[in-house]
Design a binder for this molecule. Structure first.
Ligand SMILES: [Zn+2]
Length: 292
């Protein structure tokens, strides 16, 4: 792909101008969005086992523990992993970049929609409208039957897992399906997962598609989405083509470039969003984040 060399200032100014001119905001986020809030990055076995050393000692990789088979073979270990993550995501505060994005989205004529592969629920936690978030891999804050004996999910709200972190084992009682009594598991898409209950995600998908049918001039901001699990990139590229929309990609592993209606800012999520916010405020005071 050819691209022109550009300077930082030009890139940020162009991206801010695109946001300023759009009538709607499409936000697409991958794992890099959560890393700046202090959440672990599971890419590569080293990163994963650094976060979960007990699984490293047992030789369980991410694709083995994030697997319905793990709930059949070793539910206390599987829930040791997911119970720890559930508590971690509950107690971590989303970084300031979420607030910046929400402010832009709320001030657009046709508002916003979020597409994310993250299961942490942090867009909702940061105040995003529940009806405007599509979690394509589900949410750790919802449970389903491991069987599954029925196709509904329920809130994990009442489940307070206690985990022995040194051994990655659930110490409290296993959550159970209220219908059949079998073990409940997180309602998220795992590896080799034929049992995922996706009805909640499908409803979010349908709401997103209905909204997309009403907008005309969106700007797309893609944040922290890698190429290894490409669902987020596939989505943004589809929206870019469908609307001939400008796409701002914030990813520290890409190279600074500007190519037709793609602009890449090789930065971490929060840094990229804060730099854009500064430029947006310089364009117009309407983009200031209201303190409340
Ligand atoms: Zn059941």
């Amino acid at each position: 792909m050819t691209h022109q060399n550009i300077h930082w200032e030009t890139a940020i100014a162009q991206a801010a101008a695109w946001i300023n001119q759009a009538d709607s905001l499409v936000i697409a986020a991958g794992a890099g969005m959560g890393v700046d809030s202090g959440l672990p990055d599971f890419r590569g076995p080293e990163g994963f086992w650094k976060a979960y050393p007990a699984l490293g000692q047992l030789g369980w990789g991410f694709s083995q523990i994030a697997n319905p088979q793990a709930f059949r073979e070793n539910p206390l270990l599987a829930w040791g992993f997911y119970g720890h993550r559930l508590q971690l995501y509950r107690h971590t505060v989303p970084h300031l970049g979420f607030k910046v994005l929400l402010n832009w989205g709320n001030k657009m004529l046709n508002r916003y929609q979020v597409f994310t592969s993250n299961v942490d629920g942090h867009f909702q936690k940061a105040g995003f409208d529940l009806m405007r978030v599509h979690e394509c891999h589900g949410s750790i804050h919802h449970l389903q039957c491991s069987e599954p004996c029925h196709d509904r999910v329920w809130s994990a709200h009442e489940f307070e897992p206690v985990v022995d972190e040194a051994h990655c084992r659930l110490r409290s009682a296993l959550p159970r399906c209220p219908q059949c009594g079998k073990i409940a598991r997180p309602a998220i898409l795992m590896f080799d997962d034929l049992e995922w209950v996706y009805e909640r995600t499908h409803k979010q998908h349908d709401a997103q598609e209905r909204w997309l049918a009403t907008i005309h001039h969106p700007v797309v901001i893609e944040i922290g989405a890698g190429t290894r699990i490409p669902s987020v990139r596939h989505f943004t590229e589809r929206i870019q083509q469908q609307f001939h929309a400008p796409l701002i990609r914030i990813n520290p592993n890409d190279l600074l470039q500007h190519h037709n209606n793609l602009l890449v800012l090789p930065m971490k999520a929060k840094e990229g969003l804060m730099q854009l916010q500064t430029k947006m405020e310089a364009l117009s005071s309407r983009w200031r984040v209201n303190e409340s």
